[in-house]
Design a protein around this ligand. Structure first.
Ligand SMILES: C[S@@+](CC[C@H](N)C(=O)[O-])C[C@H]1O[C@@H](n2cnc3c(N)ncnc32)[C@H](O)[C@@H]1O
Length: 242
């Protein structure tokens, strides 16, 4: 046991429990308490589902951190502060905890908000980050698409803000590969933009990668565009798809 409490932010990968890293697995198994935020999109409880095969419920406690159903920073900040206080209290007496996140903790993850509040509290808590397999890496592997080769450049953007044809055209003139995260409700405009740019055959759609409900599609025309979940992304390549 260490002489201070430890909190590990563990990226559990995109869905397949076998894509948890050995280091992440060890951090989960050595934890007394596992923390998951309650999120409006449900993706954090999925992190718990991914880690589930490795949790010993007789020995480990699961703490869900409530968050308001809003993206308003003014409302969220006090909730993160409360979450940080909950963690510090739960890990008193040198206990160990793991905060579980989908994919990698530092790629569009919630941990950074919590980290900021933990730092502000100046609590005697050692924080460490355990990287995870990102969703786009798993999607590229599942779809058999190279992300970047040689001196190619790649850009990762949240789709909601970046899906019109002019923006995509600009990205694809500067980067060989564009990863559009958070595709879900933006999919109709993504497909329209790809059609306009004649790039529909240069795209991969991936949803719930590594989960039992996984869907990988090279033909985006075949999808019901209105009914796609938040846990989805699109990879567009200017050049060869293989
Ligand atoms: C809040 S971000 C979390 C990203 C995550 N930290 C990562 O490293 O991939 C949520 C977005 O990640 C993508 N995502 C996460 N897991 C996914 C999965 N299993 N399948 C497809 N997309 C996924 C989707 O684009 C989703 O909208």
């Amino acid at each position: 046991m260490t002489d201070t409490a430890t909190l590990s932010a563990v990226g559990v990968g995109p869905g397949d429990p076998e894509l948890i890293t050995l280091k992440g697995l060890r951090a989960i198994q050595e934890s007394d308490v596992l923390f998951v935020p309650q999120s409006r999109d449900g993706d954090q409880s999925l992190a718990l589902r991914i880690a589930e095969p490795h949790i010993d419920h007789a020995r480990q406690t699961i703490v869900t951190l409530p968050l308001p159903m809003t993206r308003d920073a003014g409302e969220l900040r006090p909730a993160w502060r409360t979450a940080a206080e909950t963690i510090v209290a739960a890990l008193a007496n040198q206990r160990r905890g793991a905060y579980l996140l989908l994919g990698d903790p530092l790629l569009y993850g919630t941990f950074v908000y919590l980290w900021r509040e933990l730092n502000a509290l100046q609590a005697p808590l050692r924080v460490r980050i355990i990287p995870g397999v990102t969703s786009f890496a798993a999607a590229a592997a599942a779809g058999g698409v190279p992300l970047a080769m040689s001196n190619e450049r790649m850009i990762i953007v949240p789709a909601g803000y970046e899906t019109d044809a002019a923006t995509l055209r600009r990205f694809l003139s500067d980067f060989e590969t564009v990863v559009l995260m958070k595709a879900g409700s933006a999919l109709p405009s993504i497909v329209a933009a790809l059609e306009e740019l004649d790039l529909l055959d240069h795209a991969l759609y991936a949803e719930r990668v590594g989960m039992p409900e996984e869907l990988i599609a090279r033909d985006l025309r075949s999808l019901d565009l209105q009914r796609r979940p938040y846990l989805s992304l699109v990879i567009v390549r200017r050049g060869d798809m293989l």
